[in-house]
Design a protein around this ligand. Sequence first.
Ligand code: FAD
Length: 289
Amino acid sequence: VKAAAFDYVAASSVPEAAAVLGEQPGEARILAGGQSLVPMLAMRMVQPAVVVDINGVGGLDAISVRDGALCIGALARYSAIERSPLVTRHAPLLADALRHVADRLVRNRGTLAGSLAQADPSGEGPLASLAIEAVVVAQSTAGRREIPVGDLLLGPYETSLQPDEVIVEVRVPIVPARRHVFLELARRHGDYAVVSVAALGVPAQDPGTWRSVRVVLGAAGPLPFVAEHAGALLAGGPLTDAAIEEAAQSALGAAEPASDARASARYREHLVPVYVRRALGLLRDRWGG
Ligand SMILES: Cc1cc2nc3c(=O)[nH]c(=O)nc-3n(C[C@H](O)[C@H](O)[C@H](O)COP(=O)(O)OP(=O)(O)OC[C@H]3O[C@@H](n4cnc5c(N)ncnc54)[C@H](O)[C@@H]3O)c2cc1C
């Protein structure tokens, strides 16, 4: 199948791109890395009247630290993010998770901002961004607003972005001394996740105990989600085998796995506690908790 006809606009600035989106709300789409949009166009899963290419907008690929946050521009490619010393230092989970996306060709073009706009429930970008409490900065002709990723992701392939909003940046608050583990099961390396899990912990002063623990799951529900109760069970104490088991069962209780081409819901139900157990065990064993 070939894409249906559309107008192509090469925007030279974010205000110009936002203005085009605003002129035809819901009928125009931003083109970033094209790794999801182009296949969707080719399969006619989307048929926008206008495609607004932002690849010519200068400065949108920057990765920097500003005001206590790691700032990742909307055109920063996965490859640049996973190799950035700033990301490795301030958001290492993100670098670890993005290495699981597809292959080098896709990662040389695809962007974190694009994956957040795409909101694939199996996507590593949405899961990692939720885990590290990232915030998306979106711009329209009315101005800019910040949207926490937890509020951005509404459902599979559904976000709270307005049709005239362009993501310009993803901001990650810098949390000192946070440890992490990211694990994923995929049928082959680079395939979409069958199940993925991120475990983050901030050690407490008492050796072996954790001030806070955050468990986040991907491909185990319509959206990546934070297993809030599992984290609450673990906060303040040591990661004993018994505590980890209780958290793993709690995470399973919060999961809503579905069947798809990659795995059945039942297999995912089996995997969720296995992967949560493994991730928390590694958090303890690697980081001395
Ligand atoms: C072979 C292959 C394998 C893949 N495997 C994986 C995988 O294992 N894991 C995974 O997570 N993903 C995978 N992907 C998808 C990939 O991660 C995409 O790159 C990503 O989903 C979209 O980023 P993009 O920059 O390419 O966005 P595009 O494809 O350009 O856009 C995607 C959507 O987001 C919108 N959009 C993009 N940027 C913005 C912006 N700045 N503001 C507002 N809206 C915007 C577009 O309008 C479009 O609706 C794969 C893709 C391919 C082709």
